[in-house]
Write a protein that binds this ligand. Structure first.
Ligand SMILES: Nc1ncnc2c1ncn2[C@@H]1O[C@H](COP(=O)(O)OP(=O)(O)OP(=O)(O)O)[C@@H](O)[C@H]1O
Ligand SMILES: [Mg+2]
Length: 148
């Protein structure tokens, strides 16, 4: 491989395992958290990063339950080069977020809450992506690298 191709190959994210789970009621939150913990432990993620990942995951499932009456979660074990990680995707068919920039600001809440969920989550993980279409729903994807 040429050096350029090697650099590109290192950027490719490979999915090693996939696990889907619906979250539609409060009790599902605990099951989901436990499952995330199981996968994080399996790849050897340290406790500090595990806690960050699980805290972020909890915020996002809570948003899904609160604003969209629940949705689907996807847990993936991913690798990129020598690094392993956990990627979580939260998909709902709720009302969507009209202004993502505003929703990502500390203190913005339509639920008379602290408004720290989304911005806090972003700070806790290695990668954060949010897509939302008003009237269709919201998808949030986060990745936490084992050593990231
Ligand atoms: N899945 C979602 N569907 C629709 N709207 C959402 C969703 N997630 C977040 N929002 C909107 O984005 C705002 C900000 O979310 P964020 O989690 O940061 O704060 P919060 O849930 O209001 O408060 P906190 O999480 O601190 O209790 C919410 O108030 C809500 O308007
Ligand atoms: Mg929230």
């Amino acid at each position: 491989m040429t050096p350029k191709l090697m650099t590109m190959a290192k950027m490719i994210v490979t999915v090693l395992n996939k696990d889907r789970m619906a979250v539609v009621r409060e009790q599902d939150v605990v099951l989901f958290r436990n499952r995330v913990k199981e996968y994080a432990t399996k790849i050897g993620m340290g406790l500090v990063n595990q806690t960050k990942l699980i805290t972020a995951a909890s915020e996002l499932v809570r948003n899904m339950l609160r604003y969209a009456n629940g949705g689907e979660t996807l847990i993936e074990v991913v690798s990129q080069g020598r690094e392993n990680g956990i990627r979580l995707t939260f998909t709902d068919k709720g009302p969507g977020i009209p202004n993502i920039e505003q929703a990502m600001k500390d203190g913005f809440s339509t639920g008379r809450s602290l408004g720290l969920g989304l911005p806090g989550t972003k700070r806790l993980v290695s990668e954060f992506d949010i897509k939302s279409i008003v009237g269709k729903g919201t998808t949030v994807t986060i990745t936490k690298w084992k050593n990231g």
